[in-house]
Design a protein around this ligand. Structure first.
Ligand SMILES: CC(C)(COP(=O)(O)OP(=O)(O)OC[C@H]1O[C@@H](n2cnc3c(N)ncnc32)[C@H](O)[C@@H]1OP(=O)(O)O)[C@@H](O)C(=O)NCCC(=O)NCCS
Length: 145
């Protein structure tokens, strides 16, 4: 992700998440929260583009043997077309490179589409904190071959 990508990435996230965040947490969307996360030196962010337009992105970080997904977003006009699945595949490849055995993420309880998507991708609910679920997926280790 380049510096110049940030405005489009923020727009995609705000568009997707404002209502979900308000419904789940009762707080208004704040661009600065996302900017802090994207600019943090431990995060790796990648964008997907079609004809110079950003249509999806993810933000991840690896802590010890856990790869954590901070954000995964597809632009409104491009949902349900396989881009989320493509990003998840890419994230799993990165997890393998870093020898991470687990992928984790938080999802708002009211975010039914995302919960269904994560379930399909093999994530299972681990715990609940307020209006969020922690979801986890175990990756096959070399010993499983
Ligand atoms: C959740 C999200 C990343 C999924 O990405 P996506 O590109 O829409 O998902 P895909 O097209 O790869 O679909 C994957 C599966 O989910 C289902 N699916 C997901 N969204 C769908 C939609 N809007 N319409 C139809 N099916 C959908 C499909 O059945 C598909 O199954 P298949 O692989 O058997 O075809 C995307 O919907 C999104 O950006 N949502 C808003 C942001 C968000 O909530 N992010 C997560 C925050 S925790």
């Amino acid at each position: 992700m380049k510096r110049g990508d940030i405005p489009q990435v923020v727009t995609i996230s705000r568009d997707n998440m404002s209502k979900i965040i308000y419904d789940s947490w009762g707080v208004e969307w704040d661009d600065d929260d996302l900017l802090k996360m994207l600019r943090h030196n431990s995060t790796y962010n990648e964008v997907f583009e079609i004809e110079n337009k950003i249509i999806a992105y993810y933000s991840i970080e690896v802590r010890d043997s856990i790869l954590f997904i901070n954000s995964i977003q597809v632009d409104r006009g491009y949902k349900g077309m396989g881009y989320g699945s493509e990003m998840m595949k890419r994230i799993e490849e990165i997890a393998l490179i870093y020898n991470a055995e687990i992928i984790e993420l938080w999802v708002q309880i009211t975010n039914i589409t995302a919960r269904r998507f994560y379930n399909e991708k093999g994530f299972r609910m681990i715990s609940r904190q307020g209006n969020n679920y922690l979801m986890r997926k175990f990756l096959p280790t070399r010993n499983d071959d």
